[in-house]
Design a protein around this ligand. Structure first.
Ligand code: BDP
Length: 715
């Protein structure tokens, strides 16, 4: 280890005189390195010489401080505030806080932009060419400034700007699964960034950088603590710490939310019950909400995991999810707070297919939730697997506000050890057609509230952030945080555009770098599906940790935590029959989706074993037997990782030596683990199929018994 550090320093020392600096990843995509194209640099310098703002506010100050910081880095010179409107001035304001914006008469364009949207336009004022960033509210200006900086960071033309942008979803959140003792559930990037011990006296400057990063991608809220919530978060002691964070985040448009434990009235309130219909319980939550809002007037609300995986909930008192959610909703309603009630529920009953349970538990309550409740649904019916079909709840609750929960932390996708660009997973889910209201009823449209009477819309991502210097444990993990924000702002955004922007902002604008590395990102998730869970397999990870393969796991605290429950491999075949002859999970989808999934021939092959138990000899679309096809996928996944290494070799001259070496080291580990996955699964499933690994594919170098006892390293 020490040797490695020494080598890094030597490499660093050698590179510095040539102007290539090592980058520790802390600045994320907000690097603001000087534009290295002289012609562009000159245009930018001419276009952005000074800026003018109206009445100042904490948000406007945050925006202008980012603007000056960003442009100083990008242009290599200061941009000054001016009160005049000279050529090359950036005019920033709302019609209310800036008369020079009001006089531009932008009301018609601003009308559709809500509280967070913005426009950026090239205008001529009294013969002077200027750029305007206008919005209805200060938050829009902040987002507008970040957008403008992105244009420069990605070397776009700024000659005739006409950008109009507003978020398509209201609530755009990170969910931290951070515990109060500093550990993070399913976190792979160190400890929590929240230093609860030091707060509120000491406020780490990292919190500001955290808020900046989130604002730059449009995230407007953060749930600070784990959904498996420690009730202590609601005590006076902790609320003062939460307040300190909220104060830092406010100028960046970032609201604070908390995960709460449903039994908090008992555990910290001293009551005998947490029954949501009990007057004392209602009163306790009301007073608690009042106490919170007194300190944090813009507090966002509560996130609740109830009656799920052992957490307390209203069903403990024979009440419903709606009873529980509505009771809390009433407590925060006077303060404009919201309740995000998770639909991630399933019980241990092995006779009921786990994938049915969230739908069955929630669908009957459509229309029964208060208007400040939003039901938060994981993207698939199981649990953040490398590939799942979309959750059938999307589209099935037309009278309820629904929001998406994606997982950014890679619990089931190789932790911070595997390079997996999750944006393509997000996109695949968001563009899935539910057919709830006929063709085109994509999950994205459902989330945007196009078919619901619910009034709230949103998306959350379970964060992959920890206190490691580069935030996410490895540089490419940052791309997933970035993608979550961009998708929450616009769920119809393409992953390709997101990947391109992230690469340019994080590494380099050179086409020779961006094109191949973008391709690598775009293919990375499919590689992972291939070496982990191809053809619709799922939940065959190592027991409990989910670190590495565990298709053989056959003993568990709950039957539906066993891998064998999910893959059902036997001498005949493999897969979970969820068709009409099996658990009939297909019936939870609208036609024609249900018919497509139900029919083994029509079912998309990448979900085949999710919906069907298929014979080993079944002829797949390629003409190969199912067994051969399965093997081909496992092997293709590993080859995909090897191809990534080649791509990265080609990127060498575009990134600093340390970053290059770090990523390459990571890709080596990635390959090792992909091979372990492949060999484990192929050898294990072979014990059922009794068929040979197809000719031409390299034979596993170790026996199955070796893999069964292997424990992979934690990051
Ligand atoms: C599962 C995780 C578990 C979480 C749970 C949840 O394994 O640690 O508590 O999801 O979302 O994926 O509540």
């Amino acid at each position: 280890m020490q040797y490695k550090i020494l080598v890094s320093y030597i490499v660093l020392f050698c590179m510095l005189p040539f102007g290539v600096k090592a980058d520790d990843g802390y600045r994320l995509w907000l690097k603001y390195e000087k534009v290295n194209n002289t012609a562009l640099l000159n245009t930018y310098r001419q276009t952005f010489q000074s800026y003018k703002v109206g009445t100042k506010s904490p948000i406007i100050n945050a925006a202008t401080s980012e603007l000056t910081r960003g442009l100083k880095g990008l242009l290599g010179s200061d941009i000054k505030e001016t009160s005049a409107g000279t050529e090359g001035t950036l005019l920033i304001g709302t019609p209310q806080n800036a008369p020079f914006i009001k006089s531009l008469k932008l009301d018609k364009q601003l009308k559709t932009l809500g509280n967070e949207g913005f426009l950026i336009q090239t205008v001529t004022v009294k013969g002077k060419k200027c750029t305007v960033i206008a919005a209805n509210k200060d938050a829009g200006l902040l987002y507008g400034v970040f957008h403008l900086l992105k244009l420069v960071q990605t070397h776009q033309s700024v000659a005739n700007l006409s950008v109009v942008s507003a978020p398509k979803l209201d609530v755009r959140l990170l969910n931290h699964w951070d515990n109060l003792d500093g550990t993070i559930e399913r976190g792979y990037a160190g400890k929590s960034i929240w230093k609860w011990d030091e707060l509120p006296q000491t406020v780490d400057s990292r919190y500001t950088d955290y808020a900046r990063a989130n604002a730059s991608i449009g995230i407007n809220g953060t749930v600070l603590n784990n959904v498996n919530s420690n009730p202590k978060i609601l005590t006076e002691e902790y609320l003062s710490k939460v307040k300190a964070l909220a104060d830092v985040f406010r100028p960046y448009g970032l609201k604070v939310y908390l995960s709460v434990s449903f039994s908090a009235p008992i555990t910290i309130g001293g009551l005998k019950t947490a029954d949501p219909l009990d007057a004392g319980v209602k009163d306790w939550w009301k007073k608690k909400a009042d106490e919170i809002y007194k300190q944090i007037p813009d507090f966002g609300g509560f996130l609740v995991k109830a009656n799920s995986e052992g957490q307390p909930g209203p069903q403990d008192y024979k009440r419903t999810h709606a009873d529980g959610a509505n009771m809390l909703a009433e407590a925060v309603k006077p303060h404009n707070g919201i309740i995000m009630w998770r639909a991630f529920v399933y019980n241990s009953n092995p006779t009921v297919d786990r994938t049915l349970q969230a739908y069955d538990s929630f669908k009957p309550f459509d229309g029964k939730f208060n208007d400040n409740v939003i039901v938060q649904i994981k993207n698939g019916p199981i649990d953040f697997q490398p590939r799942e079909p979309f959750s059938p709840l999307f589209g099935a609750m037309p009278n309820t506000s629904l929001m998406m929960e994606f997982q950014v932390t890679q619990e089931y996708l190789g932790f911070s050890k595997h390079l997996v660009f999750l944006s393509t997973l997000f996109e695949e889910v968001l563009q899935s057609d539910t057919y709830a209201k006929g063709k085109g009823s994509t999950v994205s449209n459902v989330l945007q509230g196009n078919y619901t009477t619910g009034r709230l819309t949103g998306m959350a991502g379970v964060s992959n952030i920890g206190n490691s210097r580069n935030w996410c444990g490895y540089t490419f993990g940052q791309a997933n945080w970035y993608a979550l924000g961009r998708m929450a702002w616009n769920p119809d955004q393409s992953s390709e555009a997101i990947a391109g922007d992230w690469l340019k902002m994080t590494f380099s604008n050179e086409k020779e770098f961006v094109d191949p590395v973008k391709k690598m990102l775009m293919e990375s998730r499919e590689n992972t599906v291939d070496y982990m869970t191809p053809l619709g397999l799922n939940h065959i990870m190592a027991y409990n940790t989910h670190n590495g393969p565990g298709p053989w796991v056959d003993t568990a605290a709950q039957p539906n935590w066993k891998s064998t429950y999910y893959h059902n491999a036997s001498a005949e075949g493999i897969g979970f029959d969820r068709s009409s002859t099996g658990s009939n999970a297909v019936a939870q989808y609208f036609p024609p989706v249900r018919d497509t999934y139900n029919n083994i021939e029509a079912c998309p092959e990448n979900l085949l074993l999710w919906f069907h138990n298929v014979k080993w000899t079944y002829k797949t679309k390629s003409g190969r037997s199912l067994w051969d096809e399965l093997c081909q996928h496992y092997y293709a996944g590993v080859e995909g990782v090897r191809a990534m290494q080649k791509t990265w070799e080609g990127a060498k001259s575009h990134v600093d030596a340390e970053t290059y070496a770090d990523v390459m080291e990571m890709l080596k580990l990635h390959e090792e683990e992909a091979v372990i996955w492949r060999n484990s699964c192929v050898l294990y499933f072979q014990t059922f199929s009794k068929m040979p690994i197809p000719a031409g594919l390299e034979a596993p170098d170790k026996p199955l018994s070796y893999y069964k006892t292997l424990e992979l390293k934690y990051p």
